[in-house]
Design a protein around this ligand. Structure first.
Ligand SMILES: Nc1ncnc2c1ncn2[C@@H]1O[C@H](COP(=O)(O)OP(=O)(O)OP(=O)(O)O)[C@@H](O)[C@H]1O
Ligand SMILES: [Mg+2]
Length: 252
């Protein structure tokens, strides 16, 4: 479990808070969607969780242990991270990108290669065709798959995904969303998935946490949020999608 207690982050010595007193728990095996508009603090919250950023206040615990005292490399081995905007290394091949964390933690080359090829098969890219390619030789959706494969490389229990499908066309996004749901069942990971897309949140989230201007507005299942919005902001945010869902039937 990941447990955030009164977490805050200021980049300017306390004049503004990008994250302001956020407390929430992420349960083992669930997919928690962090939903919020641009600048609401989603990326900041993910980066605090794997110590790419330091907290201004509060604590974050992973499986009951404060992350502040933990070695960042060991921590990141347990937390896979899919960066916003893909973030593949352009001068590394697909195989090298996927085998990045195994290399950092000192796996021998044969084991790295086997793992990379296993992961490429898992994400639907034939290793014979794709292992030696560079990111620019892939489509956007394929690059995004490689980003997911890279995050899974050391078999982390936790996966943080920062708007992984944000830049893709609607059809490709739908496909990758369905693949993620399948992958999730097979791998049994605890996932924090960031998006600003309400329908994506409703499709993927076991629970949804709504963030606005650094404040947690509400956390709950989609039923709880749609039926009992905790704030005016949440009510307005979901008003239109809720209407569409009522008209088209579907997700509830
Ligand atoms: N390194 C930084 N230095 C100063 N301010 C920052 C830094 N990183 C983020 N911020 C500020 O913190 C706030 C939250 O940013 P964050 O990147 O977490 O938003 P986000 O919800 O991920 O937005 P988006 O959907 O656009 O990716 C913004 O006001 C941003 O300008
Ligand atoms: Mg962001």
């Amino acid at each position: 479990m990941i447990s955030l207690k009164h977490v805050s982050k200021s980049f300017d010595d306390g004049q503004h808070f990008a994250i302001d007193n956020v407390s929430l728990n992420i349960h083992e095996g669930e997919t928690l969607v962090l939903l919020g508009s641009s600048g609401s603090g989603k990326t900041t919250l993910l980066k605090l969780t794997n110590r790419l950023l330091d907290l201004t206040g509060g604590t974050i615990e992973l499986d009951g242990k404060n992350i502040a005292g933990q070695d960042p490399i060991a921590l990141r081995r347990r937390i896979g991270y899919v960066f916003q905007g893909i973030g593949l290394f352009p001068h590394m091949t697909v195989e090298e990108n996927v085998a990045m964390v195994p290399r950092l933690i000192g796996w021998p080359s044969q084991k790295r290669r086997e793992r990379a090829h296993e992961l490429l098969r898992l994400i639907g890219l034939d290793p014979d065709t794709y292992a030696g390619r560079f990111p620019e030789e892939l489509s956007g959706g394929q690059q995004q798959r490689v980003g997911v494969g890279r995050a899974l490389a050391a078999d982390p229990a936790y996966l943080l995904m920062d708007e992984p499908f944000g830049a893709l066309d609607a059809l490709t996004r739908d496909t990758l969303q369905q693949e993620l749901l399948t992958l999730k069942q097979r791998l049994n990971k605890t996932i924090v998935f960031v998006t600003h897309d309400i329908f994506e949140a409703l499709t993927l989230g076991d629970r949804i946490a709504v963030l606005h201007a650094g404040h947690l507005q509400q956390i709950g299942t989609k039923e709880e949020i749609l039926q009992n919005p905790a704030t005016d902001f949440v009510r307005e945010l979901f008003a239109k999608p809720a209407q569409q869902l009522a008209v088209y039937g579907g997700m509830l």
